[in-house]
Design a binder for this molecule. Structure first.
Ligand code: MRU
Length: 372
């Protein structure tokens, strides 16, 4: 997608230096566009943990290239595999909720193990990581191809008046490799000339909506309005939201969805007001090993300073300011689980299905074989 008219992805190999990976350091957006070089596994792990990169697919993509970096760093022989295994564990310990981190690194690790020496392992790790990244970008594009029909139908019913979409957090291209998940149908509608407007939840405490979703929609000329997290219910009660699109960090095979904290409350409000609530996800976000999201999805708890301090720009400088009494404790769960019963449908790269095991298996019949 584009920033200031220039095409970007969120992660790429540095031109003329394939031993360096470049990312957009999202901590500085929307105020500054900072490109960061990653040159060691430690830097990869820090970039994921400290959220220079974030969003389920991008976490997975970054960790996958982190394994390529581990191969570059590794010595020849036994000690080399030891370093790669330790790096795998280090990368996987960064964030617990998004399943892409685990499934993608599994795939890269399995592939590189086929290499007989350092050079072969490095080449396999890079090839597999890039293959997954390409696949993910294409899957996000296809989510838009399928999801846009929902917007089109609403637009026709409204006689062409703008379709009001509400979204939470940033499930946009900045959270993925390209296109985004929740934003992909919106971009597809915008491209097709269907008038669309997005209500952007600010998404406390890190404000991924206010900072990132607003930024990327603005860069693409998509009309949008930033709202406080508590406004969505009121807008829905007054008929001002036509459809909700959110992303997913982990979807169980029964259709329960873990996404950014606050998603569940939006689902409840949507349910009460009969507003369609769709979850957009590439199949990489489905955890086929679990069914009960509330019991089985690990929920990340982050530092309380993210709640107590807020970041913004003042006189051209990015600053953190204290928001609460200094001594007040705060708690910071990063995700919640929306039970499948509140989800109108799942939009994947293969099409739209009910949020249920039956629905998912119709789209992914090959998973029947691994049913536990
Ligand atoms: O904590 P974050 O910013 O990594 O959380 C991101 C989200 O919750 C997104 O909605 C989710 O990863 C889906 S991204 C396409």
């Amino acid at each position: 997608m584009e920033i200031n008219g220039k095409h970007y992805r969120t992660i790429w190999l540095k031109e003329n230096d394939p031993t360096t990976i470049q990312i957009i350091d999202q901590r500085f957006l929307p105020h500054e566009l900072v490109i960061e070089d990653l040159r060691s596994v430690d830097e990869f792990a820090a970039a994921i943990k400290e959220m220079h990169v974030r969003g389920a697919p991008l976490i997975g993509g970054t960790a996958s290239l982190g394994l390529y970096m581990a191969c570059l760093e590794a010595p020849e022989g036994e000690a080399g595999m030891e370093h790669i295994s330790q790096s795998l564990a280090q990368l996987r310990s960064t964030r617990p909720t998004a399943v892409d981190l685990f499934s993608w690194t599994d795939r890269v690790f399995q592939s590189l193990q086929k290499g007989q020496n350092k050079a072969e392992r490095t080449a396999l790790a890079l090839e597999t990581a890039l293959e997954i990244i390409e696949e993910s970008a294409e899957h996000c594009r296809l989510i838009g191809v399928h999801g846009v029909d929902l917007i089109k139908t609403i637009s026709e019913k409204k006689g062409g008046a703008p379709v009001n979409v509400l979204t939470h957090c940033n499930a946009g291209w900045i959270a993925c490799i390209d296109y985004g998940t929740a934003t992909s149908p919106v971009y597809a509608a915008h491209e097709a000339g269907i008038p669309v407007h997005v209500w952007v939840d600010e998404t406390r405490p890190r404000n991924q909506g206010a900072r990132l979703t607003a930024y990327e929609l603005g860069q693409h000329g998509v009309p949008h309005t930033v709202i406080v997290d508590n406004l969505g219910g009121h807008l829905m009660q007054h008929g001002m939201v036509d459809i909700v699109f959110v992303g997913s960090d982990r979807t169980t095979r029964a259709g329960d969805v873990a996404n950014k904290i606050g998603t569940y409350l939006k689902a409840l409000a949507a349910h009460d007001n009969k507003v369609p609530f769709y979850v957009t996800l590439p199949h990489s976000t489905i955890d086929w090993n679990i069914r009960d999201g509330l019991k089985e999805i690990p929920i990340e708890e982050r530092g309380s300073e993210e709640v107590k301090f807020i970041q913004g720009q003042h006189e051209g400088k990015i600053k953190q300011v204290l928001l609460t009494p200094e001594s007040s404790p705060a708690i910071n769960y990063g995700f919640d689980v929306t039970p499948a019963k509140y989800v109108s449908g799942l939009i994947t790269e293969r099409g739209i299905c009910p949020a249920s095991e039956e629905g998912l298996l119709k789209l992914y019949p090959e998973q029947q074989a691994v049913l536990k």
